[in-house]
Design a protein around this ligand. Sequence first.
Ligand SMILES: [Zn+2]
Length: 316
Amino acid sequence: MRNKTEAFSLVKMYISPTGMKRILTLSITVLLVFTLGHLASSHFTTKAEKALIFGTSVLAVVCVFYFEKRIFGKNKTGETLPDNWQAFISEKNCYYRNLNQDDKETFKDKMSGFLNTTKITGIDTIVHPEDRLLIASFAVIPILKVDWNYQNLHEILLYPNSFDSDFNTSHFAGDSPEILGMVGEGSLENTMIISKPDLWRFSWDGASPHNVVIHECAHLIDKFDGQTDGDPILLFDAKTKKGWDLQVSKISEEMRRKETIIDPYALENNAEFFAVISEHFFMAPNSLAQHYPELYKLLKLMYGQDPKAILSSERH
Ligand SMILES: [Zn+2]
């Protein structure tokens, strides 16, 4: 436990829905092990025999904790990145390219952990190693300084195109909107869908604040507590929560009155506001910092990163 923030995020991890499941599983197993131990000890009379039963029970509980961590934990290592990963990511991902050496190491570990625990499946399309690397490298950006690795994501479905609300990719029904990516609910819980052409449509030119993976990952960060409501408690402390609520109402109100630099899709609801603003923060930090310095400062505290400084050597 290095500092207070780390302790806080650990507490928050255990109060999340996944954390609750972990606590429940552990409690039931510990209770079961000790009940069985107690029943068994009534058949033995000597101190040595009782000590043996007690020792076995403690060992069983330690094993349960160890394997529970392996089953539920997502910080597994083992995914071997292909030899060319660094050259490829340095070329495609401006963000990674400009990180300092320590952050590059963290980035690599998180990318590896992400790929090791997230299945990526192509639907009517082939998933190339470059697709996997690109997805992971974008997913890591928002959580680089957050002690968390998308425990609420198990699988990504890569679609051959954007899609409509019935998941049709070629023939949009009526005038239903085109969807580039989504975080699933219900039967698609813990699943993300990404349109492959839109995965590759990104630019750090300062004028295109869009990145479908970062957008959907922001929804997952928001959904840390089981609710996609634009209240990303994973990133909050008492001060930032208050500031965030204030900024959301102030900027939404301004956006309703006039055109701004922020994608109007942010007005859809508070969850979209958070996702759109997060995309903008990482992809076009200069314009956000210039037009909304207070919001930028707040996001810097929430994400623990300063994209404007990181991308400062890039020519826009
Ligand atoms: Zn969205």
